[in-house]
Design a binder for this molecule. Structure first.
Ligand code: HXC
Ligand code: NAP
Length: 312
């Protein structure tokens, strides 16, 4: 949960605890860090987007959340607003549609003003062998993830440039945006594009006062992600086994990092891609890391065998 004063704002559904790395659920930044600021969060009605909106709102931001399902957005906006006392607005927008993005950004500006924080969090994904994908399946994922992020970024960016205002942009990608991954190929391809977009604009639009950063989360249990990536629940244990910190991440941990990157405390962080995965990526990529399964007795035997080779 996030505590704001004595109120509990958000209770994570996960009960994962690690002996060595228990998740700290408190807000990291001082109260009012986002007072007077406007934050625009795509996909803010559910999962990680909802968690980031909760924290930003609790730190004083006026938040506007956007996605396709207006009922979900409204329920989230009302819930967060009633807990934090700060206004949260819901705007319907399919990020694949540039006209809808244009009108959503115009509504954002008219109800809350130009944003100081823009979080490109909306995404679509599902696991599937690539040979089973139709052209429309490919287009659906890449449109939401890459084109959606580009349409939102271009639309808001142009308005900011016109008004001579800066902002902090943040995109949520994944660790496989860099490595690639089978079975989520449209998502991997599109998330790689999102990273290129953000790094490119970090270089180009710094002169307009805009910063662009990326977080690559490892697995964090949300209904949206896990229902599409682990529909039977069979992979969760396997995921945890390859995370050196011994557990999945939490929504609250991700929100704290996101809030920091979008805050004035991070005003010199620009063009950064931050891996946030409990060590999963380095574990997967180190070719000897599976030796953690070896028992003490097996090590005794292997050490003896290795020592015997001395001088041979
Ligand atoms: C193969 C599939 C499919 C599946 C859909 N399609 N599901 N193909 N296997 N499981 C195909 C359809 O047949 C169709 O192609 C095309 O994809 C579009 O499907 P629709 O259902 O019409 O799309 P739409 O209603 O727009 O919904 C988009 C969606 C859906 C992506 C399919 O799942 C969604 O709304 N997702 C939003 C939220 C989400 O995905 N969250 C998870 C993010 S997690 P045809 O040819 O038949 O027309 C994430 C984490 C990554 O990214 C890292 C984790 C560690
Ligand atoms: P989620 O709850 O399914 O979030 C996805 C959000 O995107 C939903 O709120 C959805 O709202 C919105 N969305 C989907 N299609 C859209 C469209 N066409 N237009 C506008 N909004 C759209 O899943 P999540 O786990 O919180 O994922 C959030 C982000 O984290 C995603 O970028 C995901 O790739 C990333 N991520 C998650 C994990 C994880 O383990 N959870 C790991 C790495 C990265 P509507 O349905 O209302 O449109």
């Amino acid at each position: 949960f996030f505590s704001y004063g004595t109120k509990i704002l958000y209770q994570s559904s996960d009960a994962f605890q690690s002996k060595f790395f228990p998740p700290l659920q408190k807000a990291m930044l001082p109260p009012n860090s986002f007072q007077g600021k406007v934050a625009f969060i795509t996909g803010g009605g559910t999962g990680l987007g909802r968690g980031m909106t909760t924290l930003l709102s609790s730190l004083g931001a006026r938040c506007v959340i956007a996605s396709r399902k207006i009922d979900v957005l409204r329920a989230t906006a009302e819930h967060i607003s009633s807990q934090t006392g700060n206004e949260v607005r819901a705007v319907q927008c399919d990020v694949r549609d540039p006209d809808m993005v244009r009108s959503a950004v115009s509504e954002l500006i008219s109800v809350a003003g130009l944003p100081d924080v823009v979080i490109n969090n909306a995404a679509g994904n599902f696991i599937s062998p690539t040979e089973r994908l139709s052209p429309n399946a490919w287009r659906t994922i890449t449109d939401i993830v890459l084109n959606g992020t580009a349409f939102v970024t271009l639309e808001v960016g142009k308005q900011l440039i016109k008004a001579q205002r800066g902002a902090a942009f943040l995109a949520i990608t994944t660790i496989y945006a860099e490595s690639g991954s089978g079975f989520v190929v449209p998502s991997a391809s599109a998330k790689a594009g999102v990273e290129a977009l953000n790094k490119s604009l970090a270089a180009e639009w710094g002169r307009y006062g805009m910063r662009f950063n990326v977080i690559q989360p490892g697995p964090i249990k949300t209904k949206g992600a896990f229902s599409r990536l682990d529909p039977t629940g069979a992979f969760e244990k396997e995921m945890v086994n390859r995370i050196p910190c011994g557990r999945l991440g939490t929504v609250e941990e991700l929100a704290n990092l996101a809030a920091f990157l979008c805050s004035d405390y991070a005003s010199w962080i620009n063009g950064a891609v931050i891996r946030f995965d409990g060590g999963e990526e380095v574990f997967i990529s180190g070719e000897f890391n599976s030796l953690q399964k070896v028992t003490k007795e097996q090590w005794d035997t292997m050490e003896e065998l290795i020592r015997k080779t001395k001088g041979s």
